[in-house]
Design a protein around this ligand. Sequence first.
Ligand code: HEC
Length: 156
Amino acid sequence: MNRVGFFGLSLSALALGTLLSGFGAMAQDDVVAKRKDAMKAAGKSMFGTLGQMSRDRKPYDQAEVDAALAQLETFSKSIAPLYPESTKGAPKTGDYSASDKVWEDRAGFESHIADLDKAIADNKSKIKDLDSLKAVFPVMSKGCSGCHETYRLKNS
Ligand code: HEC
C-alpha cells in the first residue's frame, strides 16, 4: 500500500468511527427518551387514574381501572430492555435520570421490576369497587416508589 492510500484508508476509517459513535449517541438518547415516555404513561395510569380515584378526586370507573391495570402490566414487562448498559452515563436531561446503580446492581434493579410485576398481578383481580381500590392502591404504587428510592435521581 502506498502512503496516500494508507492515509486515505485511515481517514475514512476515522470518519466512519465518528459517524458510528454519532449514531451510538443518537440511539442512547432515543432509548432514554423512550423509557421516560413509558414512565410518564405509567404515571398517568397509576397516579392519574388509580391514584386520583382512590383519593376521591375522580369518579370510580371499572373500565378505566381495567385499562390502567392492563397498561401497567405491559409497562412492567417493558422496563428491563429500556435500560441497556449503553445508556449508563447518558446526559442527564429533564427532571429525573437513572442512577448508575441500575447497572452496578442490576440484580437489585430487576428485583424491583419483579416486585412491581407481582404487586400488579396479585392485586388486579381484587379491584372491584372504590373500597377495594383504596385498599390495594398503596401496595401497588409501592411497586413504583420502591425502585425510585434507589435507582431514580432527581436532576436539580
Ligand atoms: C425498576 C425500577 C423502576 C420501576 C419499577 C419504576 N420506575 Fe419510574 N423511573 C425509574 C428510573 C430509573 C427513572 C429515571 C428516568 C430514567 O430512567 O431515565 C424513572 C422515572 C420515572 C418518572 C419520571 C419520568 C421523567 O423523566 O419525567 C415517572 C413519572 C415514573 N418513573 C413513574 C413510574 C411509575 C408510575 C411506576 C410504577 C407503575 C414506575 N415509574 C416504576 C425506575 C423505575
